[in-house]
Write a protein that binds this ligand. Structure first.
Ligand code: TRP
Length: 472
């Protein structure tokens, strides 16, 4: 028999936990770096549109599946679809994505831990901005140091997850999420005074179609799924811990708005540094580590600010990684009957081992020719595979499931329980049934080159560029 599940102690508690899992390195690290690579403006608009038009409906759909089925991701799909292999497969794909994300997430968070210590030694003293940012290049190509922190962070996560969900997660999330918000606001105010602020603002908010590629659109979609923690059954599992009186749609809106606001704040904090100190927006995945210490070094109390920031960076990563390990383990506990201890330890150790090539991806210690063969590092390969392909695919199938296969009455019942604003039910189900699937399929086909939404305009522009270059 299915055991009665634990439930969150309060509605606010749930929102904070969901926010804690959602706000993480996606907003702090991935948003600025992917935005920089895709030329800002239009990418940001598409990212926000994806968050609200596709992400939010899918977010609500996942919570509904979980609360209706009272099980984890795979279990929910199995239960609701009467054990159909295909839908169970969708659940497992989500679990696999979480596992893969955790494997590189801990490498990143590990670098963050390292920056806490670097901040304590005030490593920026006597260095130029270029030299300060160079420190990251050195760090990421030092396999042993990166590996050490990767291990430290994975161990920390396991240590928090082992005691159980409530003490483990809720306790940490509340305080950390709000502190992060405060320090971000402070730093944005400072960035506002930098001379590059105007340029940064323009870069972020004025749409410039020439800088965005078809792949960029898919990346924007993937980013919104990554930051909302969708397409992995995470929200299905969280939904199963919600009470019938909790308001699902409102929770979704709050999380989507919070994520968007924080992403914008992070953008407004980082891009002025880039334009003021002569960095490039396309700096790549080290962007946060390369730019922020430069800003900190200019501030009075650099030691305290930099250390506090990176501590918060690590803690927000921790609230996300806890959720990642928790949810992957929960599926093993539910389905294979493992003890909690065994599941968490096996998941933690496997994530560590699978993360080793990511940790060493800027060295030639393992898979030395990976980049030559595949055109990107092992780290980026895994990141891209999951964020750009698995998450949108899984999100698409989740939307299709709820829109087309899930009993409509049950969906409506679950949506209504806990909320008074039922007038959004119809628009929501319309989005889940039609808009999200069509949009995701279109974006994927566009990226694969099967259809061409630009109408060939890019190619014409490129040809013209080639001509001008060859003439001059
Ligand atoms: N949303 C998290 C972030 O922005 C990352 C993430 C992706 C995540 N999937 C998750 C966190 C699953 C917790 C659970 O950093």
């Amino acid at each position: 028999m299915q055991k009665a599940r634990e439930h969150w102690s309060s509605h606010l508690g749930f929102i904070l936990v969901a926010a804690g899992s959602a706000i993480g390195l996606g907003t702090l690290w991935k948003f600025p770096y992917v935005t920089g690579e895709n030329g800002g403006g239009l990418f940001v608009i598409i990212y926000i549109a994806c968050t609200f038009l596709i992400g939010l409906p899918v977010f609500i759909a996942e919570l509904i599946i979980g609360r209706a089925a009272q099980r984890g991701a795979v279990g929910s799909f199995a239960f609701l679809s009467h054990n159909q292999t295909f839908w169970k497969g969708v659940g497992w794909l989500g679990v696999l994505s979480s596992f893969l994300i955790m494997s590189f997430y801990s490498v990143l968070a590990g670098w963050g831990m390292n920056y806490v210590f670097m901040s304590l030694t005030q490593f920026w003293e006597g260095r130029t901005p270029a030299e300060i940012s160079q420190a990251f290049t050195i760090l990421s190509s030092s396999g042993d140091i990166t590996l050490f922190w990767h291990l430290a962070f994975t161990a920390l996560t396991v240590a928090v997850v082992l005691p159980g969900i409530r003490q483990g997660i809720e306790y940490w999330s509340r305080f950390m999420t709000s502190s992060l918000f405060v320090i971000l606001l402070g730093l944005v105010c400072y960035s506002f005074t930098l001379e590059g602020f105007g340029k940064a603002f323009n870069f972020l908010f004025s749409p410039d179609a020439s800088r965005l590629t078809a792949k960029g659109v898919l990346q924007a979609l993937g980013l919104s799924f990554f930051t909302l923690s969708l397409g992995q059954g995470i929200m299905i599992t969280y939904g199963s811990y919600m009470r019938k009186s909790d308001n699902i749609p409102r929770t979704g809106v709050i999380i989507a708005v919070t994520i968007t606001v924080i992403s914008m704040l992070v953008g407004l904090m980082i891009f002025p540094i880039i334009f003021t100190f002569g960095f490039q927006p396309e700096e790549g995945l080290g962007l946060v580590f390369k730019t922020l210490p430069v800003l900190f070094s200019k501030l009075p109390g650099a030691l305290i600010i930099s250390t506090t920031f990176f501590i918060l960076f690590v803690f927000t990563a921790l609230t996300s990684s806890i959720a990642l390990v928790e949810v992957v383990s929960a599926n093993f506990i539910d389905l294979l009957g493992w003890s909690r201890r065994k599941a968490v330890l096996v998941v933690g150790i496997s994530c560590f081992i699978f993360g080793i090539p990511s940790a060493l991806s800027n060295t030639d210690l393992v898979f030395a020719n990976w980049k030559l063969v595949y055109g990107k590092t092992f780290f980026s390969t895994i990141d891209e595979l999951v964020s750009t392909w698995f998450l949108p695919l899984c999100g698409l199938l989740t939307a299709i499931y709820v829109g087309w296969f899930f009993d409509r009455k049950q969906v409506e019942h679950e949506y209504r329980s806990g909320t008074n604003t039922i007038r959004f039910f119809r628009p929501w189900i319309f989005f889940v049934k039609w808009v999200a699937p069509i949009a995701v399929i279109t974006i994927i086909l566009n990226t694969a080159g099967v259809i061409n939404l630009d109408g060939g305009q890019k190619e014409v522009e490129q040809e013209m560029e080639v001509e001008t270059v060859s003439r001059s």
